[in-house]
Write a protein that binds this ligand. Structure first.
Ligand code: MG
Length: 305
């Protein structure tokens, strides 16, 4: 428990007595996009530079689940439980059908190619919300290619897979990145990680009210994360937001107060809840995947059915 650093007392209560941080795997180049399949009891995550998605099964270990993966980045599941993937290299958003076939959900907006979809979440009405910063086309370093950007900005999108309608819901981000709804889906959180390419750039999470028409009203900055940036994050059923940072996982109350930190030995990119009744926190951090049991949990739409 020495890794748990409470800023408010209640944070210690988020972990069961004796909870230990475990390293489940090391050997990724840049681990990202963890998603748990509670029904089948396995974790998938992206290893972006190695162009693969890996799978971890308790007691069995790790195997390559998909390669090439289009340099898969963020992952989630839709309301039917199918895998939704941001393919940062092939610059598209895809769905993996039960047959294993890959369906392209979006690769253009108004005739122009997307930049490099980064992270994604699904609302219980089936709509898919994703961020499209330009990390994948800015440099050939680590995981990208250098190509001219077709779109003017780095937008946040809402896609309705039933009608294929895609709209921009936010157009004023430097680098939109992580994305998650509050438990009631009345709020949407989106991070801006502009600090990655500008020393005075944003490293915060913004909060939006979701309107009945499925649009967003800006509610300002929810929290500023440091050190590092809030690359990926999730919200638990009590509305606490668990985000990546350079020194570990930071947990904020729904009022935006820092409740505590979970120190991780490597820079954290993203996280998800999973495991038995979704109470285990899985953390992708640079080369490794870590896990710790918590008393909190996350519910996403396919688990509400
Ligand atoms: Mg990201």
């Amino acid at each position: 428990m020495e890794k748990v650093e409470p800023y408010e007392k209640k944070f210690s209560g988020f972990f069961p007595e004796g909870a230990e941080l475990e390293r489940l795997f090391t050997g990724s180049k840049w681990a990202e996009g963890p998603v748990y399949f509670t029904d089948c009891d396995f974790l998938l995550w992206s290893d972006i530079p190695n162009d693969r998605i890996l799978q971890w099964v308790e007691g069995l270990g790790v195997r390559t689940w998909r390669s090439p993966s289009g340099k898969a980045n963020g992952n989630t599941r839709d309301i039917q439980g199918r895998l939704i993937t941001c393919e940062h290299g092939t610059r598209r958003l895809t769905r993996t059908e039960y047959s294993g076939q890959i369906t392209v959900l979006a690769d253009h907006f108004k005739g122009k190619r997307l930049n490099s979809p980064n992270d994604v979440t699904v609302k219980s009405d089936g709509t898919i919300w994703f961020t499209d910063p330009d990390y994948g086309i800015l440099s050939s370093r680590r995981d990208g290619i250098v190509v001219n950007k077709e779109l003017e900005g780095n937008y946040v999108y809402r896609l309705d897979p039933a009608t294929k309608e895609i709209i921009v819901v936010a157009d004023d981000f430097v680098k939109p990145n992580g994305i998650a709804f509050s438990p009631q889906e009345d709020l949407l959180y989106v991070s801006d990680t502009g600090l990655s390419h500008d020393p005075i750039g944003p490293h915060h999470i913004r909060m939006f009210k979701v309107t009945d028409e499925g649009k967003l009203d800006d509610n300002g900055v929810f929290c500023e994360v440091e050190p590092g940036v809030p690359d990926g994050f999730r919200v638990d059923t009590e509305g606490n937001l668990w985000t990546s940072a350079a020194d570990g996982v930071h947990c904020y109350s729904k009022d935006g107060n820092l409740l505590g930190k979970l120190r991780i030995p490597e820079k954290v990119s993203n996280l998800t809840f999973g495991g038995n009744i979704n109470k285990r926190l899985y953390i992708t951090a640079t080369t490794s995947v870590y896990a710790i049991w918590t008393n909190q949990k996350e519910t996403y739409p396919c688990l509400k059915l």
